[in-house]
Design a protein around this ligand. Structure first.
Ligand SMILES: [Zn+2]
Length: 393
């Protein structure tokens, strides 16, 4: 595709090449994590353009049309995934793994993007560490609590009063940051000569660019695969100790150390980069074909009387609804998070209901957008006595 008048932008990860536009997703909701009290507010909520560009050198992907001024950092988003037993189990597994591999007892963990503190409290309890966590959406009491976690509302003060820390955790933050290189660089500068390690997670662009790409939502300025994570962290002065995928391949993780022992480049991410570049080349055609396919499938199921339902009103679900169900042919949209029940989703204005509404709805087809939740959702359907085929979009 042509650059459509976009200003050329140097790659944020490696700074070795300009980003090349490759897919125009059109206009999508600016905030997928906000749920509205009325349908009118939901359908009137702002839209923003997504035009994806990639780096031919490191395979980093960014929304070239991203406008930071459209995002309200104080808006009450609810991206909490902990209502899912599958996600809670995954978080507990990460806590156990970090506690086993790193000597965290008596140390202080910094978590940037600590949500409501679930992960940090569990890490403190299991690893015997203390922790300080920052999140703009944190709604509980601020300050230290008996778990050892000290939770604060607001962004982490990267330029000023950041407390000294021994271990960094940041999950599902880096993809939202306008200047991810500056973010990692400032953290590295704060660490100075001390020995600090870190564990970061992002949605894996290696999955999203190789599939329909429902996770390529407006609030995600960047889409990182493991090779791009490696490049950006290395350039910001961290030594990369591990990169890879977890959670059924939907999440990419990065582990770093401030300890320079062992040259950067110990890990060869070239095969990951090349595979990702191949996925990027096929993405635009695949994405638009998947939009048409799901729009047709949802309409056909509705016409056949299957009363199709979307299970999962998170960011992926909201993106699917906006790209593939603008006419609201789904009979219902359900989610396990009670805070979403009775509220309306941005853009299309679908209402979210309790999954219990499926009993008696007569649905025979349930669409999900995240294969990691398939087993949990199939069990819930069986427990409710609902006999429905689960389709993964
Ligand atoms: Zn690059």
């Amino acid at each position: 595709m042509d650059s459509g008048g976009l200003t050329p932008r140097r790659c944020d990860c490696c700074a070795e090449a300009d980003l090349v536009p490759f897919s125009d997703l059109g206009e999508v909701p600016v905030e997928t994590g906000i749920h509205f009290a009325t349908e009118g507010e939901a359908t009137a909520s702002p839209l923003g353009r997504v035009i994806l560009g990639f780096c031919p050198s490191c395979a980093y992907v960014r929304n070239l049309a991203f406008d930071e001024s459209l995002i309200d950092p104080t808006a009450p988003t609810d991206m909490n995934l902990c209502h899912s037993a599958t996600f809670r189990a995954f978080c507990s597994q990460v806590v156990a793994d970090l506690s086993t591999r790193y000597a965290l007892a008596g140390r202080r963990v910094l978590e940037i993007g600590s949500a409501q503190g679930e992960f940090l409290r569990e890490l403190c309890a299991v690893a015997g560490c203390t922790g300080v966590g920052y999140d703009v959406s944190y709604a509980g009491p601020e300050g230290p609590d008996p778990s050892g976690a000290d939770l604060r509302r607001g962004p982490a003060p990267l330029d000023g009063d950041l407390p000294a820390f021994d271990f960094l955790v940041s999950r599902f933050v880096l993809e939202h940051v306008t200047d991810p290189y500056g973010f990692l660089l400032r953290l590295r500068e704060r660490v100075g000569d001390r020995r600090v390690a870190g564990h970061l997670q992002v949605p894996d662009a290696g999955y999203d660019l190789a599939t329909a790409g429902w996770e390529l939502i407006y609030p995600h300025v960047s889409a990182f695969n493991a090779s791009a994570l490696h490049r950006i962290a290395t350039r910001a002065g961290w030594r990369v100790t591990a990169v890879g995928q977890c959670f059924s391949g939907l999440i990419a993780y990065l582990e770093v150390s401030s300890d320079g022992a062992g040259a950067a480049g110990d890990i060869d991410v070239t095969p990951l980069r090349d595979r990702h570049l191949a996925a990027i080349r096929g993405f635009d055609r695949r994405h638009h074909a998947q939009r048409r396919r799901w729009r047709d499938t949802i309409a056909r199921l509705a016409d056949e009387g299957a009363r199709p339902v979307l299970w999962g009103a998170g960011s992926r679900g909201v993106q699917l609804l906006n790209l593939a169900d603008p006419d609201r042919r789904f009979a219902a949209v359900v989610d396990v998070n009670p805070r979403k029940w009775g509220r309306y989703l941005p853009g299309t204005g679908h209402r979210v209901d309790d999954p219990a509404c499926l009993a008696g709805l007569g649905t025979s087809a349930v669409v999900i957008t995240n294969p990691a939740y398939r087993t949990e959702i199939e069990k819930s359907l069986a427990d409710m006595g609902v006999s429905a085929t689960v389709l993964v979009a």
